[in-house]
Design a protein around this ligand. Structure first.
Ligand code: THU
Length: 133
């Protein structure tokens, strides 16, 4: 499994996006330590805030199947620059990804920017803060 394979999976799963409102297709692919890939696309709803981003769909699919250890993630959309994940997704990523885990952001022009979890969401709120009261 190469970084390029993971990016291709993220690009392909965009075709499954349910986006009647934004028409903005996003795909995500998450590689586990066990070598499995969990993909996700964004799924919107007529009640807009109920929609879920591609990244969270992929992460929740993996977690719900008992996966806990992740190696890297790729996210793809048809954007000018490599697509930046929203703040909510960064917070969910930080719950499950190690600070040094890489997230590859891409667009359809094959521009890729890779970020560590830590650099994508520095000084993030987490379990340690919750427990340190
Ligand atoms: N979206 C994602 O799925 N991931 C991102 O990283 C950015 C935004 C979705 C949410 C919504 O369905 C659409 O893109 C427009 O915001």
């Amino acid at each position: 499994m190469t970084k390029q394979n993971l990016i291709d999976e993220a690009i392909n799963i965009r075709n499954k996006a349910y986006v009647p409102y934004s028409k903005f297709q996003v795909g995500a692919a998450l590689l586990t330590k066990s070598g499995k890939i969990y993909t996700g696309c964004n799924i919107e709803n007529a009640a807009y805030p109920v929609s879920c981003c591609a990244e969270r769909v992929a992460i929740f699919k993996a977690i719900s199947e008992g996966e806990t250890e992740f190696v890297e993630m790729a996210v793809a959309a048809d954007t000018e620059r490599p697509v930046p994940p929203c703040g909510s997704c960064r917070q969910v990523m930080s719950e499950f990804f190690t600070p040094d885990m890489e997230i590859h952001l891409t667009n359809l022009k094959k521009h890729v920017k890779s970020f560590s979890m830590e650099s994508l969401l520095p000084f993030s709120f987490g379990n340690d803060d919750l427990m340190s009261k």
